[in-house]
Design a protein around this ligand. Structure first.
Ligand code: ATP
Ligand code: MG
Length: 140
């Protein structure tokens, strides 16, 4: 097991329903520590860059509109195997497929409005953290 950092977003469907605290509690209860956090309104350019890997997908336009439809909370999580652990706590992309007790099973409205994001690899975690946070904004 390795101490890792990963990037997390509380998505607009969750901030709109005042679920930021409930979602962060599930992450903390799952063994992850929030070592950086801020609430922002994502711009269209930021959302397009962030989800650039999906730009050829049919849902890309809707996804960018959704991610800019309200405030999000961007955060850095730290813990043992944080990248995989965060995705385990979030559950499957589609809430219909997500395990009981996961963030997405509990809170997601749809496959798009699925309440949380988590990096899918160490490489992407480093890129995503650096996109939203300066080194001096990340503490222990
Ligand atoms: P994320 O990257 O947000 O953590 P993920 O890694 O579980 O989610 P991805 O395949 O990377 O899933 O998709 C990115 C996001 O795009 C999803 O979280 C969801 O908001 C949206 N999305 C994915 N598939 C679809 C789909 N078929 N229809 C609509 N939106 C989708
Ligand atoms: Mg993804």
């Amino acid at each position: 097991m390795a101490l890792e950092r990963t990037f997390s977003i509380v998505k607009p469907d969750a901030t709109r329903r005042n679920l930021t605290g409930a979602i962060c509690k599930m992450l903390e209860d799952g063994g992850l520590r929030i070592v950086a956090q801020k609430r922002i309104q994502m711009t269209q350019a930021q959302a397009e860059t962030f989800y650039g890997v999906h730009k050829e997908r049919p849902f890309f336009g809707d996804l960018v509109s959704f991610m800019t439809s309200g405030p999000v909370v961007v955060q850095v999580l730290e813990g043992e195997d944080a990248i995989a652990r965060n995705r385990e706590i979030m559950g499957a992309t589609n809430p219909a497929d997500a395990a009981e007790g996961t963030i997405r099973k509990t809170f997601a409205e749809s496959i798009e409005a699925n309440s949380a994001h988590g990096s899918d690899s160490a490489e992407n975690a480093a890129i995503e953290i650096a996109y939203f946070f300066a080194g001096c904004e990340i503490t222990g």
